[in-house]
Design a protein around this ligand. Structure first.
Ligand code: NAP
Length: 484
């Protein structure tokens, strides 16, 4: 085992975290380092029996945790925040090893992920009900917020820490107990976070972590358990759609953070240098493996050539290599399947007439690397523009008018985030209102913030994480009709 694994999950091949104890399972998952293609660790994989044991533990812990003072719940989260920050470098190394991203991106993720614990440690004590006068004037309506109950939390591999804390934070603050099922490519970070929360004082059973192989059977099994009350999922639209169907069988509360296809619009009146800086963040944070990644660069015709050239220069200057070497800025993709998908999209675009301004092609080296790539003159009907690329490829499409930019931007089933750059704030706000997206970045290439409501419209999801809205996903409203 590598140092970071040994530091955070010492002395053992990691088991499942159930009821506050490490539990063995008959099956194991091999965790691969995508930079070397070597096996990093073997992790216990839950089957149906272990998944039921996790729900048993969450169920046993639920009444006491719901009755624990909100301030006390908040203090557990606050301690976990501090522990994450104290161990930020080791956690970042663990993320680099199992996910492949550049070290700076991993450290950024740990700090961002920890902030959800701090934010929701503060929100825990702010949950309230209302005392209203009924419209008829002669009665009182009391409302109170209660925890939803046992929550199943399912997370993807691209942000193994932040997607977990964005769910566990509000769930614990609201008084819910949890079963966290991380992606099988990246289970180590979730296990390390489970350990941190345990050491921070989360009582046994409040946070259970169960990696699973071929997750679909285990997830459907837990979602069929009558004690489970909610599913919160972050991942692809395809799997989210399926899980909504599964959740419908038991009318489970569902939060869905799904895929994206973000347009990045650059108007001719924008500060082009600033737009390039923003484009580099929006495209290249996490090596392009982000739901918020700019997927299509829509650039007003008079500046399209200048923008493409400058972007290609910056992209071409990135240093590619294993993220564990802190000088590297672009790590490998998560696995061969993902890299192959990216390469196929680029090859098909080139066949349709796109010009490669920089990058392109799978390099001849160990690890699932794909170079930073810019494609010019992309045909507006090219599949690369309607598919979530999830890699370091930037297709550029020129547009002629504001109306055309809006039409192109909205021409997708997704609606997570849009970016736009313009020197005219009136126009920027007008366009922002017309964009079909849950989030819009104006003259900014990064919008994620624990204090802001993150989420999408259309097929990018249902619900919001973070902000004041985040905790509401884990609360039910009870109305008490009173006569006094
Ligand atoms: P994914 O394949 O949908 O997997 C996400 C999670 O669901 C993993 O834990 C996975 O487990 C599990 N899973 C897969 N198939 C399942 C099934 N049939 N039943 C139950 N669980 C199942 O997505 P991914 O490839 O990990 O992540 C990339 C996607 O996530 C992209 O589309 C990205 O846009 C989206 N994403 C969205 C947000 C957001 O906030 N909107 C944030 C980050 C990522 P296994 O690993 O075992 O398959």
């Amino acid at each position: 085992m590598s140092n970071a694994v040994e530091t955070l999950l010492p002395g053992r091949e990691p088991g499942l975290l159930i009821g506050g104890d490490w539990t063995e399972a008959s099956d194991r998952i091999e965790v691969i380092d995508p930079a070397t293609e070597d096996t990093l660790a073997e992790v216990a994989a839950a089957g149906e029996e272990e998944a039921t044991a996790a729900v048993d533990a969450a169920s046993a812990a639920a009444p006491e945790w719901a009755a624990t003072a909100p301030r006390e719940r908040g203090e557990v989260l606050r301690r976990a925040f501090e522990m994450m920050i104290d161990q930020a470098e080791a956690l970042a190394e663990l993320i680099v090893l199992e996910n492949g991203k550049a070290f700076a991106d991993a450290l950024g993720e740990v700090r961002y992920g920890a902030e959800f614990l701090r934010w929701f440690s503060e929100e825990a004590a702010r949950v309230g009900g209302e005392n209203r006068t009924a419209p008829a004037g002669d009665k009182t309506i009391l409302t109170r917020a209660e925890p939803v109950g046992i929550c199943v939390l399912i997370t993807p591999w691209n942000f193994p820490a932040a997607m977990a804390t964005r769910k566990v934070g509000p769930a614990l603050a609201a008084g819910c107990t949890t079963v966290l099922k991380p992606a099988s490519d990246t289970p180590l970070t979730a296990l390390a976070l489970g350990d941190i929360l345990r050491k921070a004082g989360a009582p046994p059973g409040v946070v259970n972590v169960i990696p699973a192989r071929g997750s679909s059977g285990v997830v459907e099994h837990v979602l069929a358990d009558p004690r489970v009350r909610k599913v919160s999922f972050t991942g692809s639209t395809e799997v989210g759609r399926h899980l909504m169907e599964v959740a419908a069988r038991r009318i489970l509360r569902s939060s869905m953070e799904l895929g994206g296809n973000a347009p990045f619009i650059v108007f001719a009146d924008a500060d082009i240098d600033a737009a390039i800086d923003g484009a580099m963040i929006a495209k290249m944070r996490n090596g392009g493996e982000a739901c918020t990644a700019a997927n299509r660069f829509l650039v007003e015709a008079p500046v399209a050539e200048r923008f493409t050239k400058a972007l290609a220069e910056r992209m071409g200057g990135l240093r590619m290599g294993p993220g564990i070497d802190r000088a590297n800025q672009l790590g490998p993709m998560i696995n061969e399947r993902s890299r192959r998908g990216i390469a196929d999209l680029v090859e098909a675009a080139v066949d349709r007439g796109a010009a490669v301004a920089v990058g392109g092609g799978i390099p001849d080296r160990v690890g699932y690397f794909y170079p930073a790539t810019v494609l010019a003159d992309v045909d507006p009907g090219d599949p690369i523009l309607s598919t979530e690329i999830f890699g370091p490829v930037a297709p550029v499409v020129p547009f002629a008018s504001e109306a055309e930019a809006i039409a192109l931007a909205n021409d997708t089933e997704y609606g997570l985030i849009s970016y736009l750059y313009s020197g005219d704030m009136g126009k920027a706000l007008r366009v922002a209102e017309a964009l079909e997206a849950g989030m819009v970045g104006i003259n900014r290439g990064l919008v994620s913030d624990p204090g802001a409501p993150f989420g999408g419209v259309k097929q990018s999801g249902v619900g919001r994480e973070g902000g004041r809205e985040g905790i509401l996903e884990y609360l039910e409203t009870k109305y008490i009709a009173v006569s006094w």
